[in-house]
Design a protein around this ligand. Structure first.
Ligand code: CA2
Length: 139
């Protein structure tokens, strides 16, 4: 699981937009979920675009899939578009909020077209839905 800029602030600020839960709460939930299916979760967060690119490059061949909330880089990053396209991992784009009901600049994702799928607007439940979509038993 990979989370982009400012998601380390979950549960600490802007609770009315993103909810009361912390990133650690999500990590704990998804770890438990995937472990029930015999998988392991690694979780990383970075505020830096290049570091997210490095993490995705290094993940290729090492993991079965990526649950990725690219946060604000969703709307701006050609570098993330290119790396998701270049690697063979299924990447699921997750957003806690419904980006289409927010400011216009959030309506466009530069990443959706190269992701395996996109789950938006279901709060932290979106991470769970993404994990289920990646687990082979669910297909
Ligand atoms: O809804 C989402 O998950 C977003 O990816 C969240 C991003 C935003 O830029 C995207 O448009 C939609 C922002 C993450 C910032 O998270 C914060 C959490 C608590 C306090 C402040 C920011």
């Amino acid at each position: 699981m990979l989370n982009g800029p400012n998601l380390n602030l979950l549960g600490k600020r802007e609770n009315e937009v993103y909810g009361e839960f912390t990133l650690q709460d999500i990590e704990n939930e998804i770890t438990k979920l995937v472990e029930d299916y015999g998988y392991r979760l690694d979780s990383k967060q970075s505020n830096h675009e290049g570091e997210l690119v490095d993490i995705l490059q290094a993940a290729d061949g090492e993991y079965d899939g990526v649950i990725f909330n690219p946060a604000a880089y969703t709307h701006t990053s050609v570098a993330l578009h290119d790396v998701i396209k270049a690697i063979s991992l299924p990447v699921i784009e997750v957003h806690i909020s419904n980006i289409h009901s927010r400011e216009e600049f959030r309506h466009k994702s530069l990443l959706a077209s190269v992701c395996y799928g996109q789950i938006i607007g279901f709060g932290k439940q979106g991470y769970r839905l993404a994990a289920l979509a990646l687990l082979p038993e669910q297909k």
